[in-house]
Design a protein around this ligand. Sequence first.
Ligand SMILES: C[S@@+](CC[C@H](N)C(=O)[O-])C[C@H]1O[C@@H](n2cnc3c(N)ncnc32)[C@H](O)[C@@H]1O
Length: 369
Amino acid sequence: MTLRDALAGHDGWKPPRAVWPRLVQLLRARRKRMGARPELLTGMAGVQAAMDRPLRRAADVTAVLLALRQVEGLDLEAAEDAAAEVDARLVEALCVVRAEPVAVTVTGWPPAFGPLEQEQLMGAPVGTAVAPSTAALLHQRLQGLALGGSTLQVHVPLGPDEVLPVPDRVERADLRRGRGDSWLPHVDAVGRFSATPEEIAARQAELLATVHEGLVIDPFCGCGGSAIALARAGLDVLAIERDPSRARLAGRNAKVLGVADRVTVRTGEALRLLPGLLRSHPGAAVFLDPPWGAAEGMERAALTWDTFVAPAVWSLVGDRRAVLAKLPRDFDLKTLPGPRAWTLRWEFGAATVGADRVVKLVTALRGPA
Ligand SMILES: C[S@@+](CC[C@H](N)C(=O)[O-])C[C@H]1O[C@@H](n2cnc3c(N)ncnc32)[C@H](O)[C@@H]1O
């Protein structure tokens, strides 16, 4: 017997025409708010498929019916919870939660993301079977993730009636709290949000120090996180920041963290100050960390080199200097400018919630000519 048959035969079941579209809408809203999770009712096609599935023997159709009635007439937040309950009841009635390990495959890796990085991100060698709860988490974290100009697709081979267990809730409040920490003693809101994590800033600085010594120009220094890491790696830094109070914070951070002798902060527009600085320091390297867009409330649609570094800035830098760029993980790597090759390194860090490894950003290094 299918769910459709069971509902049709149930006393008092009048197919409420609005309930299914509303359910799908509520589940989508909930998924958007709480992070992706695989659901039974992913769209109206999912509803039709669910209606035509055979019922499991122990299915409680009355409980499904009651849950369906709850969805109508509730305010949005409460209705989202009711929708999740219907989904859970339908899963109980129609599906078996996968218990055996399952091999998760992921496609759409960008060319520069090799097997070692894939293993690091997935937490297991690619192709090994993992616990169903891990598979559900991988699906939640990686499905649709934009990485280096590609989009990841997660494939979990399940039987026709099998579903994955629901992964733990992602608490948005925790996410917000996590973002508040900064390793810099003096930060404003932008600095807190945009400072390079200390560990990554140190690795980037050490990488640049392997191909360059002497002066580095950091035209978008913010509160100075990267500039301080570059100084700690033994480089001298000429930093520029257009926001005067943020520039002062960068100077104070350099002082408190003991590298004031290596970091000089200038307040001003990069485009106005750079020509003179680059002319008077022809051998200087350049560190590029302009705003990533989202932090400034801008669209993050086209993450290409030309939208990331203004062509006017790049033409001033020229193609002979060493350049280190801190790129968002969804930056389209195909657009890195030539003619010389870039060395790429994916920077991993702990997720803000839980112990998962996530790709934080990409480091791109071009050595001196
Ligand atoms: C991503 S943050 C830099 C974070 C820094 N690397 C750190 O680790 O602390 C970019 C900074 O560039 C500054 N900025 C953006 N456009 C600028 C421009 N045209 N000239 C100078 N500064 C600029 C912004 O005010 C912002 O503080």
